[in-house]
Design a protein around this ligand. Structure first.
Ligand SMILES: NC(=O)c1ccc[n+]([C@@H]2O[C@H](COP(=O)([O-])OP(=O)(O)OC[C@H]3O[C@@H](n4cnc5c(N)ncnc54)[C@H](O)[C@@H]3O)[C@@H](O)[C@H]2O)c1
Length: 353
């Protein structure tokens, strides 16, 4: 009998990629949980129904559950009825700027929603691997204290200790996180605790910039997806501070899904991994403009605001040595340019721009 996977946030970028990968490549029966909350958080441009319909049409056996992860009894009921072989929890309020105006919704979704999922799993299927999508914002703006050097188009670490990027042991407290970073840090620690205290096979994936063709990118969330959309539509992209040289490491959602499959295949308890594109897949905003322009032939229209986003990283890329040492068969397979090429194609197909 086919194994069963439960994915929350299944209509979102990572959730939908995980659903597709496990159904198509690994033969799982996939159950998705999503209530299109992204449209509530970000308005119509954040709507993810198109992606839900895409999954329902494309994946055999895929079942969508219109459930809010804040609904504790509903989550427990679904978990008890399915007793899935593995759980991938990606549903979240994902924007740090948005969190400031909806602090209760943010915390209830990110922290309490994750607790609902973990406790339901403990009661229904404690042996099943549980992957929690965390974020590099758990480190707050601590990485901004690392000595930097300014290059022509980007910032880079001047301190050789971080030549490979930010490792999992980087301090998580006594820095500015944004309310989003704080609610995600609460979730991250709780997910670790269900691993350490209860021995459940949990892991937290502290994502860099997760991206790919199925993102419903908006200004407040979805860096490359939104940047490419602006490029295609000739819409102004607002650069916020740091001269546009701020650096993000980008990882295609397929490489995230492949890592999740590797962990579920050989789980450990209470693990934490930094999962991004690493140095090789890092770009600054200015560099991303150049790549977008080369792919579309259109000039990137942009403006510059001196004020940076609160808690925003100046330079961040993940140290991938731990993920590579625990899972040697996994590595990044898609470059930033190839990923952006797919994002261009996807926006063109979705909006005929
Ligand atoms: N995209 C990134 O750059 C990035 C970076 C680091 C970490 N992450 C984390 O990865 C995870 C997935 O991110 P994503 O980019 O796929 O986000 P996304 O917004 O594309 O997908 C999240 C999905 O969860 C759903 N959702 C939100 N609240 C819900 C609720 N209460 N009940 C049910 N469904 C709900 C949304 O409708 C959406 O479809 C999140 O936990 C996010 O914090 C993302």
């Amino acid at each position: 009998m086919a194994k069963t996977l439960l994915v929350t946030g299944s209509s979102g970028l990572i959730g939908s990629e995980v659903c597709s990968y496990f159904a198509r490549e690994l033969g799982y029966t996939v159950h998705g949980v999503d209530n299109n909350q992204r449209a509530v958080f970000f308005g119509p441009p954040g709507d993810t129904r198109w992606n839900q319909r895409r999954l329902e049409g494309a994946l055999r056996g895929f079942q969508h559950h219109e459930l809010d992860i804040r609904d504790r009894a509903g989550v427990l009921g679904l978990m008890r009825s399915l007793r899935p072989d593995a759980i991938v929890h990606t549903a979240a309020q994902p924007s740090h700027d948005r969190a400031a105006s909806i602090p209760f919704d943010d915390f209830d979704t990110n922290a309490a929603g994750t607790l609902n999922m973990l406790e339901a799993a403990r009661q229904a299927c404690p042996q099943s691997p549980f992957v929690h999508m965390s974020t590099n914002k758990v480190y707050g703006d601590g990485p901004n204290r690392i000595a930097l050097r300014e290059l022509a188009t980007r910032w880079d670490y001047a301190d050789p200790a971080y030549a490979e990027g930010i490792p999992e042991g980087f301090p998580v407290d006594q820095s500015t996180h944004s309310l989003f970073g704080a609610s995600k840090l609460a979730a991250d620690v709780i997910a670790q605790e269900y691993g350490r205290y209860f021995g459940m096979p949990t892991c937290c994936l502290r994502g860099g910039c997760l991206t790919g063709p199925n993102h419903s990118g908006v200004e407040l969330h979805g860096f490359l997806s939104y940047l490419v959309r602006c490029n295609l539509e000739g819409r102004e992209y607002r650069v916020m501070g740091y001269k546009g040289k701020q650096v993000r490491d980008n990882i295609h959602s397929l490489d995230v899904a492949r890592f999740i499959a590797a962990f579920i295949g050989a789980p450990r308890a209470g693990e934490v991994y930094n999962l991004g594109g690493g140095r090789a897949n890092s770009v600054s905003i200015l560099e991303a403009f150049t790549i977008a322009e080369s792919l579309t032939g259109k000039a990137q229209v942009h403006s510059y605001l001196e004020q940076n986003r609160v808690g925003d990283h100046i330079c961040y890329f993940s140290d991938l040595r731990k993920v590579r040492s625990h899972f040697p068969s996994w590595d990044i397979t898609l470059s930033v340019t190839e990923t952006m090429r797919q994002i261009v194609d996807s926006w063109r197909a979705r909006s005929s721009v």
